[in-house]
Design a protein around this ligand. Structure first.
Ligand code: GLC
Length: 534
């Protein structure tokens, strides 16, 4: 491992709160049922008021939207459903004026089957240089009728599709998302050009989708259960790619956040060496159940794995792929796993909401940066989407057993009394909002000091102005069973009660913020967190 980079206080990404916008569901500016850049621009004041430092936009590029935009047909064009490149440039500039940086999402593992490269590859036929940009292979079996290998899909089902001339192509996700061949220099060149294209438009950072999947074992060897890393994940050549990306980012002062799902902490940290990615999402923490031992271990492991490479940790409770926090924490199994998602799981939303409020104070007090997914600040629950309205390919590819990810992608409620809770659509939005959605509307929560929105606003304001937050040391404090208590610099203390009953607080000088009311005798109730100044 390389030597850690010395911490610089102007490294905004070491302590930032980054808000994830799923443009399709954020706000509909033109009323056509789909969220868009006009909607985001109109709502930028909300983000400034909330107090976030940066916004990460999930893909907004030209796309058939088979996988919500993670099937990109052209990286240099904004999908007309969302707006135009000129509008994106305005949005980036307007956000920056409000002190909000922009992070775009690049999907290097695959493109859309409508991307000109893939169309050309199909047309050019077997053995052509066009096909070399992807993974085309003859099949196995007497007539090539069997797929070239047995790799499992990230989305259930097969990873190979046969084209009319008999060859097969690889797609770790849907058939509409053919995997690029990262051993090809043109693929590398193109992505460095795309990075430059967006950095030149003023973006401050890039999220890298499926960042550990790009490189495939050159033999495309069969997958063997238990052999780590698998032939399509975490291949060593990836580090060379990210070193050259880093050199591009450094020219612009841009930063990366990688979507790196890897169980092995040491291998995960390799992506965060000083000349590779700045940060990566903390999926260990995201998937962790609401359990004091497990959370403490996750926090310790996270800090321990980041320390040797000098990278700041990130803290994430939810995103556009996983069950919303208030729902997950209101269930018997509070861990997140794709494999255990099911229809009809009983949920106690009051309990989940209490815990989500406590979890917000926990994560915002930890050292590093925090990701906040749109609607998390409103305490939105996971929605049940009627079967005939589900759009997510994960649902269909599971044979209908997995509810899919649409339940966390429902259009946001802005104004309780407006049609479609003020999302902006004139007709029905692209995904239906469940009944009762207006109760979560931003305007209603703005006026209520006890709302989730008010909690987030206060927490983010304190995090900005009060000393002790962000990057820096964390010291665990002695605490009763089931309670997490830690000190940050400047006497800042966070206490989270995950036990079944109330617990006394340590001595303190000032109560900065509480996720719920303290008991009359000053004890901290179950599933409640506080920030103290000691
Ligand atoms: C990432 C994205 C997810 C997408 C997948 C394929 O996991 O977060 O939404 O479906 O990559 O691009």
């Amino acid at each position: 491992m390389g030597a850690p980079t010395p911490h610089r206080t102007d490294d905004w990404w070491r302590h930032a709160v980054i808000y994830q916008v799923y443009p399709r569901s954020f706000a509909d500016g033109d009323g056509d049922g789909t969220g868009d850049l006009a909607g985001v621009r109109a709502r930028l004041p909300h983000l400034a008021e909330l107090g976030v430092d940066a916004v990460w936009f999930t893909p907004w590029y030209l796309s058939p939207l088979v996988d919500g935009g993670y099937d990109v047909a052209d990286y240099r064009t904004i999908d007309p459903a969302f707006g135009t490149l000129a509008e994106a440039e305005k949005l980036i500039a307007e956000a920056r004026e409000l002190g909000i940086r922009t992070i775009v999402d690049i999907v290097p593992n695959h493109v859309s089957d409508q991307h000109p490269w893939f169309r050309a590859a199909l047309a050019a036929g077997p053995g052509s240089p066009e096909r070399d940009l992807f993974h085309f292979r003859p099949g196995r079996g007497e007539h090539g009728e069997l797929p070239p290998n047995d790799w499992p899909s990230q989305f259930a089902g097969t990873t190979w599709t046969r084209v009319p001339d008999g060859e097969w192509y690889l797609h770790l996700f849907t058939p509409e998302q053919p995997d690029l061949n990262w051993a090809h220099p043109a693929v590398r060149q193109e992505h460095e050009d795309i990075l430059r294209f967006w950095f030149e438009r003023g973006v401050a950072g890039v999220r890298i989708d499926s960042a550990a999947l790009l490189v495939k074992d050159p033999e495309l060897a069969d997958y063997e259960e238990g052999v780590d890393p698998a032939p399509f994940i975490d291949q060593d050549e990836l580090h060379d790619i990210y070193r050259s990306w880093r050199a591009v980012a450094d020219e612009y002062g841009g930063v990366f956040v990688g979507e790196v799902w890897l169980p092995d902490a040491e291998r995960f940290a390799r992506y965060l060496r000083p000349d590779e990615l700045h940060t990566a999402f903390n999926f260990n923490f995201l998937t962790c159940p609401w359990d004091p031992e497990r959370l403490r271990r996750s926090i310790d492991d996270t800090l321990a794995e980041h320390a040797p490479v000098g990278a700041p940790a990130t803290w994430v409770l939810c995103n556009h792929d996983v069950t919303r926090t208030v729902t997950r924490y209101g269930r018997e199994d509070t861990a997140f796993a794709f494999a255990t998602k099911a229809f009809g799981t009983p949920t106690d939303l009051d309990l989940g909401t209490r815990r989500a409020r406590a979890a917000a104070l926990l994560t915002l007090a930890l050292p590093g940066s925090v990701y906040l997914y749109q609607g998390e600040e409103l305490g939105l629950p996971e929605a049940d989407i009627p079967l005939d309205r589900i759009q997510d390919p994960m649902h269909f590819r599971s044979g209908g057993t997995d509810p899919g990810r649409d339940g966390c992608r429902v259009p946001l409620p802005w104004n309780a009394d407006a049609p479609h809770a003020g999302f902006g659509s004139q007709g029905e939005p692209w995904l239906p909002q469940p009944s009762g959605w207006s109760a979560y509307a931003r305007d209603r929560q703005s006026a209520d000091p006890r709302s989730m929105l008010s909690l987030y606003r206060q927490a983010l304001a304190l995090r900005r102005t009060a000393p002790g937050f962000g990057d820096g040391p964390l010291t665990w404090l002695a605490a009763p069973d089931g309670v997490l208590a830690f000190a940050r610099p400047h006497g800042l203390v966070c206490v989270v009660n995950l036990s079944d009953g109330p617990v006394p607080l340590p001595p303190y000088d000032g109560l900065l913020l509480a996720s719920g009311s303290l008991d009359a005798d000053g004890t901290l109730p179950a599933d409640t967190a506080v920030w103290l100044r000691t």
